[in-house]
Design a protein around this ligand. Sequence first.
Ligand code: F6R
Length: 609
Amino acid sequence: MCGIFGCILRHGNAAPLIHAALKRLEYRGYDSVGEATITDGKINIKKDQGKIDEVHAKLNLDDLPGNIGVGHTRWATHGAPLQVNAHPHVDCTGQLAVIHNGIIENFSELKGELETRGHVFKSRTDTEVIPHLIEDYLKSNPSMSFEDAVHEAVKRLVGSYSIAVLNAREPEKIVCARNESPLVIGVNQDAVYFASDIPAFLPLTNRVIIVDDGEILTLSLKGVDIKKIADLKPVQREPKIIDWTPEMAVKKGYPHFMIKEIHEQPESLRNALRAQEHYVDLMSTFLDRAREVFLVACGTSYHACLAASYMFSKLAFLATYPVFASEFVEQHGKSVNIESTILAVSQSGETADTLASVNAARQRAATVLGLTNVIGSTLTRVARVYIGQQSGPEIGVAATKTFTAQLSVLAHIALRLAKKRGKVSQDEMDYISERLSKLPDIVETVIQTQEEKVKQIAKKYKDAKAFFFLGRGISTATAYEGRLKLMEIAYAPAIAFPAGESKHGPISLVESGFPVIFICAKDETHRTLIGNIMEMKARGASIIAVVEEGDEEIKVLADDYVEVPKGIPEVLSPIPYAVPLQMLAYYVSVERGYNPDMPRNLAKSVTVK
Ligand code: F6R
């Protein structure tokens, strides 16, 4: 996710201010940090891996000279969190320095092209192509201006970015550009600032210009010049006064991180869908060759694995075994072998049980694959191949945006495997791929249209003693996840089962008014699920249904319902159907007077067995 900041000051040194601003942005990423300033026609850089305080203790970030500079706090996406991969990145001459938040999808081809023209790369990042591209335009067109060279370079980039470029030859300006990654400008009489988020400069100014996608800007003490990247048409935009407290600013005005992160899902899904094709392909090759495949994880990540087992089965006709990491060694530790493949899924990449499973599997020569949000975590170091889900830091203890991102990467892998195995028709695959690419918008619609309704449902049922969550097929995984969210942050006893299991025991708990939440994706299980709803209704249960828009059959049976847009393929349904359940857990927790961000007895990363 990364945090970026920069400033041009009328008086004084930029470095201490950059350092302080990066500290305020540390919630956006914290595996490495760097700053660059300009003095005497030269770029000065300090950067290293580690948290800001660690790097500052080692390098003293405050003593870089100069009134103009940029800084970056990193959340690794491409390239491990090492000194060489920390931003800023420079061109071959060291005259240009770039910081970047986002993902450049076509960096491999740009890098190849630039290398054939003699550019030498130092890092493994996607970002480094940007200074080299700008350098290339300036070198081949000596009359081209710095701004035009940045503009030409930006036009070549595919993906998400907010970038800032320093040029040692033009020490009075910073050129920035934005596409799908946040960028805001702050102004006052004595300075101009840019940042990925307002908290970075809020103690310095509350006069803010929000930059839109597709804009390129030149910042100087004379003002802020904004143009459209598409046609260089000038944009007029006056600063607005923001009256947030620093605490509100960090949460972007939301009362808790959890609800902020629920709302971030359209963006985190877009980022997850940018997973590098090469690694998706490699992973699907390993899965294809394996004699047996275990999907190993804990908690919410286990629910992603459970859903993935349906995806692999239905799309690629591959049987996989989802296993709780805390049970893996006992259950399969002796039988796993060189022909087994373990796909470990862990947001943190540090969960003790997941790592113990991975170690046991490696000792028996099995292949280990990893899906994680933290590049540089132990999982990325021990996996043969890993994919970073690129969700950025998740601060709320309850996993939300990282769960839906895991699911979308797993769906991507399942589709790739399906293609390899040739089991599903091209038309069906094209349809599912198209729907997968639309999920960020679909999830946005769910949040926008259903949040109020979910709030009302939370109010109505907040005092219920216990809850049931039921689904069939892949919706079983969604039901388990909805139940875990509600239990962990609202302290509500809750039970989840495949709906077909309910009459083998759990139904005896049901009495008048008992809330039963049904996940009713419109798939092959729909008809049978209606029977399960009838059974519960007959015993006086209150039915809360998550249904497809226009599913009148279930809507008339339900006491309350929330709707998800039509046309979601079965294998993708857990992504949008989980979102109302996350919101339900959040609002029940708030209604009960708890802090959903910090549930008692829980930690974000469980590093003990
Ligand atoms: C629940 C939650 C936990 C984690 C579990 C695994 O909201 O966050 O259940 O999913 O502790 O953590 P990771 O994915 O980091 O291995």
